[in-house]
Design a protein around this ligand. Structure first.
Ligand SMILES: [Zn+2]
Length: 322
């Protein structure tokens, strides 16, 4: 019996997760700890290290091949470091050599990539994108991220940051984004954008149980909108408009076979806005393009980032022949 295992690490703004993944890319076990965006890189690496040690102690007969880690922001892939801006974490995360830090702490080979790249990789190999060659994966969650697949392979661009659709400007002069620009898709249509809308709109503030802007509050707002509540529907409608603008540009630029919606809000956004998106595409694009591209929900759920970490490690190891 093959006792080799991969580790998939998901570094989120509110929790850290480490998954034990077998060579069939099934998640066997997940360790999770809550965190918050104020923690320094050193503390986060220590917390991950504790969870990995825990798994090691519990599975002494298994060989850990290495870890694939996903980070919520652009990654300089060749250097294994974070960019000068991040999506959710604070300023201490700028330009951090996170791959090296993790490698030293875990004493294992580590690959570091953007979290949406890893979630998309899992969907392409084992989920909604299986069988497709040219596809886009979009994470719609507290932040917004994405991944581009061309000929079945993840396209990272020159440094590794390609696919950051959250920072595509859809509204010149719009709201200020984490990256410093204004009107990015993330500033207009993410969970953070909905939280801001709840805080700033007095009638919505009282509707959302005195401004419950937690992840749970946003989830409830989306559920109410799905059930046809007019206040909730009106509150989320602008996000649908901006998302439609982004998709218009994405379909025009990449001519994908399919676009997969993942992340905590992906399912709700697809159900709420698919008619609006379809209408935008048909109105503004050549019919060949508008009719060709399909939209679908992700299939692997919130474990797709962890599975993607294992897949990345497996595929890169095979390519490098080590
Ligand atoms: Zn931005």
């Amino acid at each position: 019996m093959n006792e080799m295992r991969y580790l998939g690490i998901d570094i989120g703004g509110s929790r850290l997760r480490v998954g034990l993944v077998n060579t069939n890319f099934e998640v066997e076990e997940i360790r999770s700890t809550t965190t918050h965006t104020g923690l320094s890189p050193g503390v986060v690496v220590d917390l991950i290290s504790v969870m990995v040690d825990d798994l090691r102690n519990e599975h002494p007969a298994k060989t850990f091949r290495g870890a694939g880690a996903g980070f919520p922001g652009p990654i300089h892939y060749p250097a294994g470091s974070t960019f000068s801006y991040t999506n959710l974490l604070h300023d201490a995360w700028k330009g951090v050599p996170l791959r090296t830090m993790l490698q030293e702490a875990l004493e294992l080979p580590v690959l570091l990539d953007n979290d949406a790249h890893l979630a998309g990789l899992a969907e392409m190999r084992l989920g909604a994108g299986a069988g497709y060659q040219n596809a886009i994966y979009l994470t719609l969650s507290t932040g917004i991220g994405g991944a581009i697949f061309i000929g079945g392979r993840l396209y990272r661009g020159s440094l590794g940051s390609a696919g950051e659709f959250g920072h595509m400007v859809v509204h010149l002069g719009g709201d200020t984004c984490k990256c410093g620009k204004r009107g990015c898709l993330m500033a207009q249509a993410s969970g953070l954008a909905l939280e801001k809308r709840i805080r700033c709109d007095p009638s919505l503030y009282s509707y959302c149980e005195e401004g419950d802007t937690s992840r749970e509050g946003v989830r409830r707002l989306l559920q109410d909108a799905l059930q046809g509540d007019s206040v909730a529907r009106q509150a989320v409608e602008p996000a649908g408009e901006w998302l439609a603008v982004a998709l218009l540009n994405i379909v025009e630029m990449f001519n994908p076979q399919t676009i997969i919606f993942g992340g905590g809000m992906g399912n709700a956004f697809l159900r709420l806005f698919s008619k609006k998106i379809d209408a935008h595409l048909r109105r503004h694009l050549a019919p060949e393009l508008a009719e060709y591209c399909t939209f679908q929900e992700s299939r692997l759920g919130e474990e797709n980032g962890i599975i993607g970490g294992a897949l990345l490690l497996s595929e890169e190891t095979r390519l490098s022949g080590s």
